[in-house]
Design a protein around this ligand. Structure first.
Ligand SMILES: [Zn+2]
Length: 408
């Protein structure tokens, strides 16, 4: 699935470094690392593959800041230029196996994971066990249980801790929810261990609770009402980043992206069976009182941007109406529709998650960084939809041959 290419030069490409745009540059790769980035031509030694970058844009491999990984997901993500996936709740045993494989296999994206998320017995997330997506997992209710809960997650291999703060009111399905004291204790013990606390929220009140408790990242944007004027500033001052997941919310509200992806010639040939199934699934029925419009979170994204909140791109695949990799491109488009510039949207899927989640050597095209690269036709820094016009993908300097059609 990949070539053993040790040395590579991508010549005369437009380069988005993760921070800035170089209108025309050469990028050299050796032994899986970026060695040079410059506007002066880099000489090609014997055995070096030279890729013509003219008319194309080189991006850092994309980082999906919100996904749920199953076997096959990481290969599917890489087929759309996503080289690192942040899994925000999965079976920790399965993740450990996939992560070990990804460390030695450049034909799949790399993964970091929250493993088991924190929730109360019968609370949000329990339906995943009922539906057979997850094995039964431990829960908690009291603040006194938080220290052991966090210690157990880290012992299982979790890179960060996910906390589910959701009483079901936003989806019209009432559920028991973690109390604020327990959330605060979970965040506190997570920070004591030097890790990030990621909070699932879907309501404005829960977002405020998460911010008060000191959560580092919100795993969705709330949908129930427009943001109070002070909330974006509260998040900015607390350094809380936000993963809006507009694409999955849009699908939840009944505006499906699956049909578009399934009929897009840049996408459809590269979808695996699991993705086709999820994209064909249709809308998830919400409770009666849950009637929302994407305009609410879209407007909030604009307010967050104004306030200087870090925004991260996340697909929330494997939910229905999503596909690993492909849906992240939909999310980029929606973030631009919400007011981010194309460069800001690309930052939200590259250097911003690398910085927020502490992923050294990822998310930037810079000497010494891992050669996770995405070459696309056209200029996504002016037209974000160009990210789907993929010409080549490399992980750790190895060219990934996309399944479905001949690489170009
Ligand atoms: Zn999720």
């Amino acid at each position: 699935m990949y070539d053993e290419e040790k040395r590579l030069i991508i010549r005369d490409a437009r380069v988005f470094t993760g921070d800035t745009l170089l209108p025309r540059a050469d990028v050299a790769v050796a032994d899986g690392l970026i060695t040079r980035v410059g506007t002066d031509p880099v000489p090609a030694g014997p055995g070096t593959e030279v890729v013509d970058g003219r008319g194309r844009t080189l991006l850092p491999g994309l980082i999906d800041a919100h996904a749920h990984v199953f076997p096959g997901s990481l290969e599917q993500a890489l087929a759309f230029g996503v080289t690192t996936v942040l899994d925000l709740m999965s079976d920790p045993v399965m993740i450990a196996g996939l992560r070990a494989r990804a460390a030695g296999d450049a034909a799949m994206a790399d993964v970091r994971s929250a493993g088991t998320a924190a929730t109360v017995p019968g609370g949000y997330g329990a339906y995943l066990v009922d539906m057979g997506y997850l094995p039964p997992f431990p829960t908690l209710t009291e603040p006194e249980q938080a220290e052991a809960f966090v210690a157990d997650r880290l012992a299982e291999g979790s890179d960060f801790v996910k906390i589910l703060i959701d009483d079901g009111s936003s989806t019209g399905m009432p559920l028991p929810r973690l109390r604020e004291e327990t959330v605060a204790a979970l965040v506190g013990h997570t920070h004591t261990r030097g890790r990030l606390a990621i909070a699932h929220v879907l309501s404005a009140d829960d977002a405020r609770l998460a911010a008060r408790a000191g959560a580092d990242v919100l795993a969705h944007l709330f949908v129930d009402r427009h943001a109070d004027a002070d909330l974006p500033h509260l998040l900015a001052e607390g350094g809380t980043a936000v993963i809006p997941t507009l694409a999955v919310l849009d699908g939840l509200f009944g505006r499906l992206h699956g049909p578009d992806l399934l009929s897009d010639p840049r996408v459809a040939p590269h979808l695996d069976d699991a993705s086709r199934q999820m994209l064909s699934f249709g809308a998830v029925p919400l409770g009666e009182q849950a009637r929302y419009d994407l305009d609410v979170p879209v407007r909030t994204v604009g307010m967050l941007r104004e306030a200087g909140v870090t925004i991260l791109a996340g697909s929330d695949a494997s939910n229905s109406d999503t596909a690993h990799g492909a849906t992240l491109h939909v999310e980029l488009e929606l973030l631009v529709r919400a007011g981010l510039t194309p460069m800001e949207a690309l930052t939200a899927a590259t250097s911003a998650p690398a910085d927020c989640f502490g992923l050294p050597g990822r998310g930037r095209i810079r000497p010494g960084h891992q050669a996770d690269l995405l070459l696309v036709r056209g200029d996504p820094t002016s037209d974000i939809t160009a990210t789907l016009d993929i010409a080549a993908i490399w992980r750790k300097g190895r060219r990934f041959r996309r399944p479905g059609r001949a690489a170009t």
